[in-house]
Write a new protein. Structure first.
Length: 230
């Protein structure tokens, strides 16, 4: 049996447990502990900032598995990931959900890059960014097309987005650029999965990550090229 999104009832593991969600949470927690025990060295190896991403592109993804050493940051993101993950993963299936998370994570960093302002005057180009917020906002964004496809009310999701959006713009030290980048990426990925014709769902499951990676890489390359980095 499959969901309307193509996810298989057996893909989420015994008892319907969201295995991908558990795995991402586990990686984030392990990474956070490494941040603590290495005195910040682990953080410096993996965090993202626009200039650094130009020469070490893996940072576009790895920054999403880091957090502030203050427990509240990781606790909020992991709780949000758990709440959205246990709903979306069984519907989309493991592969689609993993693609959604990873593309949203990279999309958050690309959002930071695109909205960083002038590279020679804006501090955003040299300010490190960490956190799974881009990924989490990608899951928030994915809820919109999924809920619409299921014919359910989107009121609570919209309220959640507005509240978190306001927090991102008003609380210092929060990268609203990463939130926006993840949100847009997650919404687009989920829309492709939610509205793929039944006979093409399997093909779309492979096309989406290929196209998504190409678009995100293309946007990053264009941005760097526009400022003479590439």
């Amino acid at each position: 049996m499959r969901t309307v999104f193509g996810g298989s009832a057996g893909e989420t593991g015994a008892g319907g447990r969201p295995i991908v969600t558990f795995t991402i949470i586990g990686i984030c927690v392990a990474s956070w502990l490494l941040q603590l025990v290495t005195g910040g060295r682990w953080t410096e190896l993996l965090w993202f900032w626009p200039w650094g991403g130009a020469v070490e592109p893996w940072r576009f993804l790895t920054a999403s598995f880091l957090h502030s050493t203050l427990p509240l940051h990781i606790l909020f993101n992991m709780y949000a990931l758990w709440i959205t993950g246990q709903f979306l993963e069984p519907l989309l299936g493991r592969l689609r959900f993993a693609v959604l998370c990873l593309l949203s994570a990279v999309g958050g960093s690309v959002g930071v890059l695109l909205l960083a302002g002038d590279p020679f005057t804006s501090s955003a180009w040299v300010t490190p960014v960490v956190g799974a917020s881009g990924m989490v906002f990608g899951l928030f964004g994915a809820m919109l097309p999924v809920m619409r496809r299921l014919g359910r009310s989107m009121g609570q999701v919209v309220v959640l987005l507005v509240i978190n959006g306001v927090i991102g713009f008003t609380v210092p030290g929060i990268s609203w650029q990463a939130h926006l980048g993840g949100l847009v990426t997650g919404a687009l990925v989920a829309y492709a999965y939610a509205y793929a014709p039944k006979e093409r769902r399997a093909a779309v499951a492979w096309v989406v990550p290929a196209v998504g990676i190409a678009l995100l890489v293309g946007l990053a390359v264009l941005r760097y090229s526009s400022v003479g980095v590439l």
